[in-house]
Write a new protein. Structure first.
Length: 317
């Protein structure tokens, strides 16, 4: 597993994170608890060090299952993130009420990151009025939260407004892939986070699997690129994941980030079987890496066949 130093907390994290929004379920729609726990522990046993869940995932059951999975010494091995359901918060006191409920469900005295969930302009206005900064100061002083952050779904202007509202953000979680470089937070927004020393966690690196299983006409473009480059052999799971990492990294100036996936591959120590089916899009990632890296004047070095930004202290998404 490739690792990096998460910039804000000066702690090593894995390149690949484990998102807990889409666990396997039983026929009645409940989480298949034993399988979910097995998956989480398998991921940690094979080097994953970032676990991400949230209040509404699986109807509120995800945090409970994550808490069970992190028993027996697993909690101490990971950076744990969960999220405040800001749309349910009506008073300042509600923020601590939800945090306490989530800590109880996770069966842990603290979380490493407690982030404002799915932020946009409207929700930021509400959080400002309820004095979210004072809440974080209280939660951190009480040892319940180590670092504040936010996840984001809005436009670039809104992202910058939230990012610039506070100089204490420890992390921002954004949607990013080769389709979204000019959508939502945008690559320029991620660069700005990097300039401010804010860690970045990338969600939806494969657009919910769309990039791994593209429409026929899109796949034809990918296949044509592979043919053009005289590439005939399939790429490994590791190489495919590195392609995602390299694309984002080549366009940014921050020090570490983590890619979230939540499904286990049966043929690899990497988590995310969405990566196993098509390879041509990864070739496109590689091409974009060198194209944008050159265009942005980035210094690129090779370390054990893995290209990375010279200023990067490690390897993470």
């Amino acid at each position: 597993m490739l690792n990096t130093m998460f910039p804000t907390i000066n702690r090593e994290s894995s390149m690949l994170g484990f998102g807990c929004m889409r666990f396997p379920t039983t026929p009645d729609g409940k989480i298949d608890e034993s399988e979910a726990i097995r998956m989480i522990r398998h991921a940690i046993d094979n080097g994953v060090r970032y676990i991400d869940t949230a209040y509404p995932y699986h109807g509120g059951e995800s945090e409970i299952v994550v808490g069970k999975a992190l028993k027996d010494g697993y909690r101490e091995k990971v950076i744990l993130t969960t999220k405040l359901p800001v749309w349910l918060v009506k008073t300042h006191e509600d923020m601590m009420k939800f945090l306490d409920e989530q800590l109880k469900k996770l069966d842990t005295p603290y979380v490493d990151f407690y982030i404002l969930h799915a932020m946009n302009n409207e929700r930021m206005d509400a959080m400002q009025k309820l004095d979210y900064k004072r809440f974080y100061a209280e939660a951190i002083a009480q040892g319940k939260v180590r670092y504040p952050g936010f996840s984001f779904h809005d436009d670039a202007k809104a992202f910058l407004c939230i990012l610039h509202d506070w100089d204490q953000w420890g992390m921002c979680q954004v949607q990013m892939n080769i389709l979204d470089d000019e959508n939502q937070a945008t690559l320029e927004g991620i660069r700005e986070a990097g300039r401010r020393g804010v860690g970045v966690v990338v969600m939806e690196p494969l657009r919910g699997g769309l990039l791994a299983n593209p429409p026929v006409d899109v796949k034809a473009v990918y296949d044509a690129y592979v043919t053009l480059q005289n590439q005939t052999s399939s790429m490994t799971e590791e190489q495919k994941i590195r392609c995602i990492y390299d694309y984002i990294l080549a366009n940014t100036h921050f020090y570490g980030y983590t890619i979230e996936e939540s499904i286990e591959s049966e043929n690899s120590h990497y988590i995310g079987y969405a990566l196993t089916h098509h390879t041509a899009w990864c070739s496109a990632f590689s091409a974009l890496f060198y194209l944008f890296g050159t265009a942005n004047g980035l210094e690129v070095t090779i370390d054990e066949d893995h290209p990375k930004h010279a200023n990067n202290t490690g390897m993470v998404n």
